[in-house]
Every structure is written in C-alpha cells, then in structure tokens.
Design a protein around this ligand. Sequence first.
Ligand code: ZN
Length: 159
Amino acid sequence: MDGLIEYISKVRRPTLGEEVPLLIFRAFRLFTEMYLEDTLGNRGTVALLQNAGRQLGHELAKRLNSTDLKTFLDNVAHFVKSEKVGILIPEELQKDKLIVSLDECITCAGMPNIGKRICHFEAGLIGGILEEHLKKRVKVSETKCNAMGEGICQITAEW
Ligand SMILES: [Zn+2]
C-alpha cells in the first residue's frame, strides 16, 4: 500500500472542502464494523480492523520516526492531537510494554455503553506505529473503551 496516503491526500472538493462532521466519520466506521461483525464474527473483525490500522501505523511512523522511543511517542502524541484523532496519554512504559489512553477518542468518546469495545483500528494503528520504531512484532489490544462503559479508550501494546 505504498503511496496510498499520497493518493488519498489529493482532494478536489472546491465547494465542500476537506472537513466532514465527526458523526459521518463514525457512521462510516461503525456501520462497516457492525457489518463485519455480522459477516466475520468478532475475532475476524478484530483481526481485520487491527491489521488495517497496523498498515496505516507503519506508514505514519515512517513520517514521525525518531531514534529514542520517548521522543517518538511525543511525536506520535503531537500528530494524533493535531489531526484530532484523540489525546494520547502514556500511562505505563516498560521495556516490553506500553499502555496509552486515548482521551477524546475519534471513534468512541462520549458513546454510551453498547457492551463492546470498538476501537480495534486505533489499537492496530498504535501497534503498527510501534512496530515500525521497534522493528519487531507488537501485540495490541484495546483494554478499555467508552463503548464498553469504561470511561476512556485505552490500548495496551506488548512486544
Ligand atoms: Zn475506544
């Protein structure tokens, strides 16, 4: 998928511009996810969305990379906030594990409890970003989600 970001960044919408309401993003995102759940089941859906996020994470990380992990994470947090994906807050960093919260998450912030975690793409995104930096496979999972009534979006990564 090399070059995909360059392709999709070429927008020609002289009347409508580049902004869309968050509700529209969420509708596209979550109707797709719910349809995938019906078709592939939960495990397949999580794997598919996580891996898609992972691919994007690799592409983004190439643009944000830095030699040390701390500076790299600062760059990631800055990017995620400036693009309004969320406010990334590192909760725990060990030599083989990172826990981050994604406050004001683009996908789940403010959602009522629907009994499931839904931010698998975001979890994969963090995984791919870390993989590009660490040059090793990173296991990720969403460990808290507003859509599960847990009050925040949280991603745990282990390598
Ligand atoms: Zn979430």
